[in-house]
Design a protein around this ligand. Structure first.
Ligand code: GTP
Ligand code: MG
Length: 200
């Protein structure tokens, strides 16, 4: 898969205002500050495409990026940012849930996990919710450049192992770094595979 063109289309305040199109969508979700927007920029090789920030809570809308005039990457707001008010968190959670459950173009959700941390309750609850609702998803471990490679692998394995108490198999998973482009080729190939192997 080669990304020749990536352009911002719209920031939608809810799934009903998402653009109408017949292309496929892949969405990126995870805790605030985990690196969703940075990963989209890394995949597209386009630094300022999705807005990033060292302050959590930067992305608050459903941002659509059109790739190669054909399919979309979608940057979702982070969940669980503790400094947002409860009503704000509820609003974002609803916006995310509605989009994931009702968006027909959506073919896969990527759940981003900071590779430095143990499995957190909020992430586990989120993927259990995806499982319960039959939503196809994959895990992307982010910020691998912050650890030695051996440690990054060990952390990813330990995170997956923590699923043993409820999951029969591990979801597809990738170790990435937006800083040094680790995992870029694997992820792009994976998107390609999904696009070409969808049931018709
Ligand atoms: P929200 O939109 O606020 O939910 O955050 P986000 O998940 O989109 O995170 P964002 O991409 O804005 O990145 C958050 C911070 O982490 C920024 O300071 C990024 O520069 C940094 N960051 C993201 N990815 C990486 C990475 O792979 N390595 C390192 N070292 N820093 C990263
Ligand atoms: Mg963001």
């Amino acid at each position: 898969m080669i990304i020749k063109k990536a352009e911002f289309i719209i920031s939608a305040p809810d799934f009903k205002k998402c653009p109408q199109h017949s292309g496929l969508e892949f969405a990126f979700i995870g805790r605030s500050n985990v690196g969703k927007s940075s990963l989209i920029n890394m995949l597209c090789d386009h630094k300022g495409l999705a807005k990033t920030s060292a302050m959590p809570g930067k992305t608050l809308l459903i941002n659509h990026f059109l790739i190669n005039n054909e399919w979309h990457l979608v940057d979702l707001p982070g969940y669980g940012y503790a400094r947002n008010s409860k009503s704000m968190r509820n609003k974002l959670e609803q916006m995310i849930a509605q989009y994931i459950l009702h968006r027909e173009q959506l073919v896969n959700v990527f759940v981003l996990i900071d590779i430095r941390h143990e499995q957190q309750k909020i992430d586990r609850e989120f993927i259990d919710w995806l499982g319960k609702n039959g939503v196809p998803f994959s895990i992307i471990f982010t910020k691998a450049d912050k650890l030695r490679p051996g440690q990054a692998n060990a952390n990813a394995q330990a995170w997956l192992k923590a699923l043993d108490d409820g999951w029969e198999e591990y979801p597809p998973h990738f170790i990435t770094s937006a800083t040094n482009k680790t995992g870029r080729d694997e992820l792009l190939n994976y998107l390609d595979d999904i696009m070409h192997n969808l049931p018709t």
